[in-house]
Write a protein that binds this ligand. Sequence first.
Ligand code: NAI
Ligand code: MG
Length: 351
Amino acid sequence: MKHTIAVIAGDGIGTEVMPAAISCLDEIAQIHDLSLDWNHLDWGSDHFRATGRMLPVDGLETLSTHSAIFLGAVGVPDIPDVETLWGLLIPIRREFEQYINLRPVRTLPGVPSVLRDERPIDLVLVRENNEGEYSEVGGRAYRGLPQEAAMQQALFTRHGVSRAARFAAELATTRSGRVTSATKSNGIIHSMPFWDEIVAETLAEYPGLTLRSELIDALSASLVLHPWDYDVIVASNLFGDILSDLAGAVAGSIGLSPSANLNPEGRHPSMFEPVHGSAPDIAGKGIANPIGQIWSGAMMLNQLGAPRAAAHLEAAFEAALAAGVRTRDLGGTATTEQMTAEVISQIRALA
Ligand code: NAI
Ligand code: MG
C-alpha cells in the first residue's frame, strides 16, 4: 500500500526531530513492506516572512490529496504566535474536521519519573480540537485608549461536545471503562454546565462505562498526585491542551508526548505532531528529544492501517530508552542524532 504523506517540519526543533522520525519510519516501512512517500513542504515562518502567509493560498487543497500530514512544530520568537497558530495549525485542524486531538501519556522504560512514587502512568487525553475556547468570536475595542478592551467568546456546540464525548466513550470501552471529564461548571456558568450535560447524556448510552466529572483545578492537582488513577480523560480544547503538557511532564518530559489530530471518519487527512512546540531555547543545538515526533509517527502508522508496524516502532523506542540512551530533557547526554540511531538499531534488532 502506497501512502503519500505531507511533511511540514516547520520551525525550531521541528526541523531537527522531523528528519529523525522520518529515518525511523523509513526503516520500519522497509521491514513491513510499506511505501511511504514524503512530500516535503517548506511552509512555516520562513514562508510567512517571504509571502505574508504561513500556508499558500491553495495550501489546504494541496494537503487534501495526501494520506496524512506529518507536522513538526511552528512558532518563532519574532512572529506573533497568533499568526503561526491561526495561519497554519488551526485552519488544518478545522478545515479537515480533525475534531479529536488524541494524546496518550504513559510511563516509558528507563525514563525516571519526576514523582517519588513510580507507579506506572497509562492514560489518554481526548481533547476537543475544533471549537471551545479557541474561537474567533470576539474583538478588541478602543485600541490604545485608556478604556481599551478585549472580549473573547468560547463556543461550544451540541454537535462538537457530543462527538468528542462519544470518541472518549468508544475508546474507554477498549480500555478500563473509566472516563474522566474535565470541567469548570462552578465558575464558567454557561458553557461548562452545557459541556457536563452533553458528556453525561452521551456516556449514558454506554452502561458499562463510569463517568467522573472533575473540576479542572482539582484535576490538575490530582494528575500530579496520582496520575496512575486516570485512564481516558475528555476535555475541551483549552483544558485538554494544558492537561497534555502537564501529564506529559509528569510522565518524564513533554519531549516524549505524541499527538494525533484525527478526522475519525477518514473523510479528510489526519495530522500527526508532537505535543511540544518549536522550543526556541534549545533549537539549533541538536539536543531535542525526537521520541515525541517518532511516537506521533507510530500513531500515523496506526491510522494508515499498519498496526503491526506501529507496534514495532513503539517497541523500538521503548527498547532504546530501556537501553539507557536518553536526551538531556530526560537527564541524559544523548544528542537527537544518537537517540535516533539507537531507535533505528532497535528497530533492526526487533525485526
Ligand atoms: P515548547 O513546547 O516549544 O517548549 C517548552 C519547554 O519544553 C522548553 O523548555 C523546551 O526546550 C522543552 N522542550 C519542548 N520540546 C522538547 C523536546 N522535544 N526535547 C527537549 N525539550 C523540549 O513550548 P513554548 O516554549 O511555550 O513554545 C515555543 C513556540 O512553539 C511558540 O512559538 C509556540 O507558539 C509554539 N508552539 C507550537 C506548537 C505546535 O506547532 N503544535 C505547540 C506548542 C507551542
Ligand atoms: Mg499545547
